[in-house]
Design a protein around this ligand. Structure first.
Ligand code: SF4
Length: 613
């Protein structure tokens, strides 16, 4: 068989299997025998995309429908893109290799703000007009979902619609409506958008007009179509145990970020950390039964041949049946010589017995996230862990033979002082002190503590959504304080680049006026912004300047009565609750977690999970 154009390109690029498709359990269907071709687009490279839990679920949800064929479409790495552009090759899907313009719907996952440039670049590579208003019925419908969809206003004018919340049901509903519209002759795109705007969780940006005040703040966000609701409420899978869970998974070619079976033990979080968008946005916490999880583990291991399984959630140790589940999983894993990992454990309900069970042989590193160095600051952010928790867990670990501990903190948090920064160094040193307090003959050698800081970025739908984000200069000063304060050779300090946090902050609370700057930056080569080696901060600054945008303005403190760009989106938590939480933060007062006491966040209206227990 002669080489195709794509084959020739693949000989010139790194990791060609990123682009071939054909992996074990990828779906092959007759594309001519379906009513809807859906491109599941992930705006990052194969290794990241293939680790995305949403993709793993929705790909199979759609492909179980006889009327739909869902294929994967990922961002080609820069070498591949250069080859494609040189030869005039368009963005293609992995399963059939067809250009994405042949598809009916393209659905983008928006998991992090720094992937926005890749969305624009992928559409450009596909030859699809960027703006929704420039695309008629002959182009694929472009939709988006994922955490950033709750405020994707900076790129909203690109999208025909967003799916807000959990997509297992709504992705089927919008597909069914599409098929109806297609069979009806696809006369006018607006007819389709009007039909789906009535569904729960569907936000059609073009059905809302945004007006601005003279001081640049938002004056109003107004529906301009009768079908457009004043507030669009997210959707959730109320009974998570009965929610669709795939019994198979694609086994990627080459190594990917999460190269293992991932078992989603629950959705949501009970904790209420005041900075955490995911924690609030995925509320309420809903669990999958231990019985169902053990069943799924067995199925997924058999289907994939993986030798590792990992429990996935925002805070694994909050799973109410964790001991039973790990005991059952260990029966499967020990028999089949499969590794079990438990990420996202909390310090305060951490159990050495559990860790010993799952890491019998290899005592790999453990990450704890105290998030802040002083008790005052941990109370401000509602972390609800104490220094004693951190030190007791560390000592337990050191006594159990662990010597690699990573401590994760944030700097730039609201009301932070120099004492709070120095508290990070102090706590790291106290953890080291716990190691040395154990007699030499009873502790393992080569202690290694990594203290890592990232810069706080205020996010929508959090108690800190009104907060000022520290300037880059402030962050550098704080990092310098820590560099000087951490002197022990056993503690390594690593910090996150403040330039990417800056851009993330601009987009996270940004509005529709940012799009021209994003388009300008992409035109000048910005893409893969979350990859250090690709990030071109100077180009971003130039783009903001050229488009007359004061990006710093987006990092300012907001007042409670300012209309926020996401004011028309309803995640189920009331504004009153967030105001209450922000005021409590100012007084360093904590709020109990949902299992201890309901704090009346508003989510009860969904009638699901922990709110009804
Ligand atoms: S309504 Fe109460 S229990 Fe439910 S998520 Fe909110 S605070 Fe937690």
């Amino acid at each position: 068989m002669p080489y195709t154009e794509k084959d020739k390109i693949l000989m010139n690029v790194q990791k060609p299997t990123r682009y071939t498709g054909g992996e074990l359990n990828s779906v092959k269907k007759d594309k001519n025998a379906v009513d809807c071709r859906f491109g599941f687009c992930f705006p990052d490279v194969y290794e990241i995309a293939m680790s995305n839990l949403g993709m793993k679920i929705l790909y199979h949800v759609l492909n179980e429908r006889p009327d739909t064929y869902c294929e994967r479409v990922f961002a080609p790495w820069v070498d591949m893109e250069a080859e494609m552009r040189k030869r005039g090759m368009k963005l293609f899907a992995l399963e059939t290799g067809d250009e994405v313009t042949d598809f009916d719907i393209l659905g983008f996952t928006l998991g992090y703000e720094l992937s926005y440039s890749n969305v624009l670049n992928m559409l450009d590579l596909a030859g699809i007009p960027l703006l929704e208003k420039d695309r008629d019925e002959n182009f694929p419908i472009i939709c988006g979902g994922g955490l950033c969809a709750y405020n994707a206003e900076p790129i909203a004018e690109i999208f025909d619609f967003f799916m807000l919340g959990e997509g297992e049901e709504s992705i089927c509903q919008i597909t069914e409506e599409y098929i109806k519209w297609k069979k009806d002759g696809k006369k006018c795109k607006k007819d389709y958008l009007r039909a789906i705007a009535r569904l729960d969780g569907i936000y059609v940006p073009s059905f809302y007009d945004v007006e601005y005040n003279d001081d640049n703040t938002i004056k109003s966000i107004t529906p301009n179509e009768e079908c457009a609701k004043p507030k669009i409420r997210k959707t959730i899978m109320k009974d998570f145990d009965k929610a669709y869970a795939p019994e198979t998974l694609i086994v990627p070619f080459g190594e990917v970020v999460h190269d293992r079976v991932m078992l989603e033990v629950f959705r949501g979080c009970i904790r209420g950390c005041r900075f955490c968008e995911a924690g609030y946005a995925y509320r309420p916490k809903r669990e999958r039964s231990e019985k169902k999880l053990s069943y799924l583990a067995d199925k997924l291991l058999c289907a994939s041949g993986y030798d590792e399984i990992s429990l996935s959630s925002l805070s694994t140790s909050d799973y109410s049946q964790l001991p039973e589940l790990t005991d059952n999983l260990l029966k499967i894993t020990e028999e089949k010589k499969i590794g079990l990992s438990l990420p996202s454990l909390r310090i305060d309900n951490f159990s050495l017995e559990l860790m010993d069970k799952v890491q019998k042989v290899r005592k790999s590193g453990i990450t704890f996230a105290p998030e802040a160095g002083t008790q005052r600051m941990r109370d401000v952010i509602n972390k609800n862990i104490t220094e004693e928790d951190v030190l007791a867990s560390s000592k337990m670990l050191f006594e159990g033979g662990w010597t690699n501990v990573k401590l994760y903190f944030m700097i730039g948090l609201p009301s932070e002082t120099e004492d709070d920064i120095l508290g990070i160094a102090d706590l790291s040193q106290k953890v080291l002190g716990e190691y040395f307090s154990i007699p030499k003959e009873k502790r393992a050698k080569n202690i290694n503590i990594t203290t890592s800081t990232s810069s706080f970025v205020p996010k929508p739908f959090t108690a800190f959504q009104w907060a000022k984000q520290d300037s880059r200069a402030d962050i550098v000063k704080k990092q310098d304080i820590l560099k000087k304060a951490i002197t022990q050779k056993q503690i390594r300090y690593i910090w996150h680049d403040n330039k990417t946090s800056y851009l993330e902050g601009v987009f996270a609370r940004g509005d529709r006026r940012l799009l021209p700057a994003i388009a300008e930056a992409v035109k000048n080569g910005c893409k893969f912004d979350s990859w250090d080696e690709q990030f071109k901060f100077d180009e971003w600054l130039k783009a903001f300047k050229k488009c007359g945008i004061d990006a710093d303005w987006y990092l300012r403190e907001r007042s409670y009565d300012e209309i926020l760009p996401w004011e028309h989106i309803d995640i189920g938590i009331t504004k009153e609750f967030f105001v209450r939480e922000n005021e409590k933060a100012k007084r360093a007062q904590t709020t109990p977690n949902c299992s201890e006491k309901c704090s009346g966040c508003g989510m009860k209206s969904f009638g699901a999970g922990v709110c009804c227990e």
